[in-house]
Write a protein that binds this ligand. Structure first.
Ligand code: NIG
Ligand code: FE
Length: 387
């Protein structure tokens, strides 16, 4: 780490061999490499390919009418309790065929590609039956490609209780554990298990039962925690050594300390905070004090964060939550990689990692955070190949 915590190098050279970074350093130290093909960045800034570690980008339908209703005074929780919210997207997503779901999701993925994003998380959670959850995860897997984007998939069947199980959330958790989880594990469709612990989601007890089952399949866990109230979700996540606890607006310092011990990343989702016009800020000072890594993501979803704009999320993390520009940049690179458990493969420009790179026509990396402009991406590379 040098100036500003980013390890800036003003005459840097990066060598790629077989899709991986094989050398990084200053031009003066560059060893001679016979028959190497050269690319002159012409003074542009080379950064790791960006990572969005929390999205729900596979979905059908639109929820703009709910935004309108919220502006007239209805709360998100009231909309959910009246059968709208997540359940309205569930209905549209169930009705879509697998191909239709792919077709509506692909342009959203391309929005991320155009911002230099080379790894993304996509969660299920708008199907809530075995077949429709599998459909969502197959679409998510299909969106991934060695040429553009690594997709990490989260099983979020515990997003909300589906209509078939109204009033029987415990039975639905058993259904996930007995009917969905074994098939997902067998077909290798998920990289981790996620849940929504909230008054409009599941109780900590139900979440624990699900996470215990996930561990039996060797699947790591992540959690939507403490977004709208403090149900001690982040503390529960830490008990299960979760990769990340996301949202964390209502998380207490005690839970933050537990996250630090467990190595759990705090996933900050400022666009959802903004779009829901929330007022409770996440405990940034406490996260800093306990050295909990902070990731920054779009939370791209149709209800609380209809955004594919990761650069805007970075700006919001700094403007609304007070992250320094360096913290916001780390939030979409190495800390996002940690939230996905792949920090040994991506997230920084280090020898041995995938050559996932983004090149920017900017004066300084802080410009990506400090300006709200269209992306100034010049080029990006996936596994060393030009996208
Ligand atoms: O991350 N918090 C729960 N899930 C999503 C919102 C989903 C929805 O409203 O459709 C989130 O904010
Ligand atoms: Fe989410």
């Amino acid at each position: 780490m040098t100036r500003g915590g980013l390890g800036e190098n003003l005459d840097g050279v990066l060598v790629v061999t077989d899709g991986k970074i094989s050398w990084v350093g200053s031009e003066t130290d560059l060893p001679s490499i016979p028959s190497a093909e050269e690319y002159d960045a012409e003074g542009a800034w080379l950064l790791p390919g960006l990572i969005d570690c929390h999205t729900h980008l596979v979905y059908a339908g639109c929820r703009a009418h709910e935004y309108e209703a919220r502006l007239c005074g209805t709360t998100y929780q009231e909309i959910c309790n009246a059968g709208g919210g997540i359940l309205s997207t569930v209905q549209a997503t169930r009705e879509a065929t697998e191909d239709e779901l792919f077709q509506v999701s692909f342009p959203r993925l391309m929005d991320f590609v155009s911002q230099g994003v080379t790894t993304i998380d996509i969660k299920s959670g708008y199907g809530l039956t075995l077949e429709s959850e599998l459909k969502m995860m197959r679409v998510a897997r299909r969106l991934g490609s060695d040429y553009t984007m690594d997709v990490k998939v989260g099983l979020l069947a515990a997003h909300t209780c589906p209509p078939e199980f109204t009033g029987r959330a415990d039975d639905y958790i058993d259904y996930i554990i007995n009917e969905i989880l074994p098939v997902v594990a067998e077909q290798n469709l998920a990289d981790y298990v996620d849940a929504f612990t909230e008054t409009v989601g599941f109780t900590p007890e139900q979440t624990k039962k699900l996470f215990t089952a996930a561990q039996r399949y060797g699947l790591p866990v992540r959690l939507h925690a403490d977004q709208l109230s403090n149900l001690e979700g982040a503390s529960l996540a830490a008990d299960f050594m979760a990769l990340s606890a996301d949202h964390v607006e209502f998380t207490s310092e005690e839970s933050v300390a537990k996250m630090a011990n467990a190595g759990t990343v705090a996933g900050l989702l400022p666009t959802a905070f903004y779009f829901l016009r929330e007022t409770q800020l996440p405990p940034i000072e406490e996260l800093r004090k306990h050295s909990v890594p902070m990731a920054v993501s779009t939370d791209c979803n149709p209800g609380t964060s209809p955004s594919t704009n990761l650069l805007l999320a970075m700006n919001m993390a700094s403007t609304l939550f007070g992250l320094t520009p360096v913290e916001s940049l780390l939030g979409v690179t190495i800390n996002a990689a940690k939230a996905l458990g792949i920090q040994d493969k991506v997230g920084s420009l280090e020898v041995g990692k995938q050559a996932d790179l983004s090149l920017w026509k900017i004066d300084h990396p802080r410009d990506l955070v400090a300006k709200i402009t269209a992306p100034r991406l010049k080029q990006s590379w996936k596994n060393g190949r030009l996208i």
